[in-house]
Design a protein around this ligand. Structure first.
Ligand code: CA
Length: 522
């Protein structure tokens, strides 16, 4: 079977072929340009995918991508937060280049270069369906059908090419239906880019009503650090506000119902939660027992959302298979960042630590990617745009800061592949009270600076000796050389990536610190 294999130069091969071989051959080459199905979820922890060894859930459909494609074991994000991560995916740049720093006052500048725009100009049909979360309207898409803002799980309002609509049902199923509808009506003579972007499993983790009973009353295995006391780390870790113990509110814990349910839906919701909530009120757990109750409620709901995501992946893969499109379609599954599922006592993301820094990445591309492999290289969502462009034979703009994953997909890691990675989180003061931080990550170490004046301290973690990142070894004599090397590497990365010395004005958040949201349960 012949497959479209773009040249490293990125020249538009179909056009050249058109001159040399005539229009028929050009058409044939055009037909071989791969379709791209990009399935993107919001806050899906790699710990909740069985292909990554999850003990929490089976995800047979996502696992199909691992079995038939390549699993990346260290895909990192430059800023572990929804909007900034999406801006990075679209532009292949860090947030100080694309201008989207935080979810409070950033607005995506849709006039900048994005990979969907470049694919559209190169003749791809482009569609964006689901969670967008970049404030401005999507650009570079023939069709877009998005959730406003964060969106809602049940009966979500949506915006289709600028027109506001209200849809009935569960958000993950609606987005999947819309994605399938779009695939069915597309122009089959041209390649497509379809970005199918889920809201789930974002907070408040509201599962499909059909999956409320999915795990019965299972008690989930606990992470070793569920009761972390943050000793060995600094002020930022002590003062964050993203703890299962004290931050989760009644909506998170389903002690009050969501507002958007119809009366019929509400009956189903109540039938599951109300007897359990009443038992909780009667038992009135305290201390660690209360944390454990919250942890189990959290996991039940979060994993319930994953059931629908996995089902969605299965429906999309089945459609590709039934139509034969699977043979020439790159299917990517990823999330906008990782997530804490009780590690360090936390939910949410934001930190340079592994649970939030790493995101799932699975890629299937028959004929190019050997099935069933695992890649350990440091890759990033910064590389997605470059990868898609190279796969489509479109030149990669110099502005982009990542690197195409194509050689890795073909099983060849270039000798000069990145050995270090720069991270930078800006959203503070804000909800969850996670301090601004930048740092450098290598295969073994992390050096991080909490750089706001009221914090201003460094931490160094040795992942080999301390994989759970519990004790900073910064300043210890035996790490002096490592620390110096990492400081130099951090300076080099900041210079190469053109990181401003001071945070740019766009990062300033125009509202005071949210402060502690003391737990309203009790
Ligand atoms: Ca997210």
């Amino acid at each position: 079977m012949i497959h479209w294999l773009p040249r490293p130069s990125g020249k538009l091969a179909p056009i050249l072929l058109g001159f040399t071989l005539g229009l028929g051959a050009a058409r044939a080459a055009e037909m071989r340009r791969p379709n791209i199905l990009f399935i993107f979820s919001d806050d899906h922890a790699w710990q909740a995918i069985s292909a990554y060894g999850s003990k929490l859930i089976q995800t047979p459909n996502i696992d199909r991508l691992a079995r038939e494609g390549l699993r990346f074991d260290r895909c990192l994000v430059p800023n572990s937060l929804c909007g900034p991560s999406r801006a990075t995916v679209l532009t292949g740049t860090y947030n100080h280049i694309n201008g989207f720093f935080n979810n409070y006052n950033s607005r995506f500048d849709g006039s900048q270069t994005t990979f969907p725009k470049l694919l559209q100009e190169a003749g791809y049909q482009t569609a964006m369906i689901g969670k967008w979360h970049l404030v401005s309207d999507p650009t570079g898409f023939d069709y877009w059908d998005i959730l406003p803002g964060q969106g809602q799980y049940y009966n979500p309002p949506m915006i289709r090419n600028g027109e506001r609509l209200k849809r009935q049902g569960y958000v993950t199923e609606i987005i999947t239906d819309l994605a399938l509808d779009w695939l069915k009506q597309r122009d089959p003579s041209r390649p497509f880019l379809l970005m199918c972007q889920h809201k789930a499993p974002h907070r408040d983790w509201e599962p499909s009503l059909k999956y409320l009973t999915h795990d019965g009353d299972r008690q989930y295995p606990e992470p070793a650090t569920l009761f972390d006391d943050y000793s060995g780390r600094g002020k930022a870790e002590h003062e964050q506000d993203m703890m299962i113990a004290r931050t989760m509110n009644n909506r998170d814990l389903k002690l009050v119902p969501p507002g958007a349910l119809t009366p019929e839906q509400r009956k189903i919701w109540d039938a599951y939660y109300e007897p359990r909530n009443e038992a909780f009120r009667q038992a009135n757990p305290r201390g660690k027992a209360l944390v454990r109750w919250k942890y189990n409620r959290y996991l039940h709901d979060y994993l319930g959302c994953i059931r629908s995501i996995d089902e969605s992946v299965g429906r999309l893969l089945d459609y590709l298979h039934a139509t034969g499109l699977d043979r020439n379609t790159i299917v990517v599954y990823s999330s906008d960042q990782g997530f804490f599922l009780g590690e360090h006592g936390w939910f949410d993301k934001r930190w340079i630590f592994e649970e939030s820094l790493r995101t799932p990445l699975l890629v299937r591309w028959p004929g190019v990617v050997k099935p069933g492999g695992a890649n350990k290289d440091m890759v990033a969502n910064l590389d997605f745009a470059e990868t898609f462009l190279e796969a489509a034979g479109v030149p990669v703009p110099a502005r982009m800061q990542g690197r195409s994953l194509l050689p890795l997909l073909q099983g060849r890691t270039p000798a000069d592949w990145r050995k270090s990675f720069y991270y930078h989180y800006y959203e503070h003061p804000a909800e969850h009270n996670v301090a601004r931080q930048y740092g450098v990550v290598t295969d073994r170490y992390k050096l991080v600076h909490f750089y706001e004046p009221e914090f201003n301290y460094w931490e160094l973690f040795d992942l080999k000796k301390d994989p759970q990142e519990l004790k900073s070894v910064y300043g210890l004599p035996r790490y002096a050389k490592t620390q110096r090397d990492l400081e130099q590497e951090l300076a080099r990365l900041r210079a190469t990536l053109k990181v401003p010395v001071q945070d740019p004005p766009g990062t300033v958040i125009g509202r005071p610190a949210a402060g502690r949201t003391t737990n309203p349960v009790r």
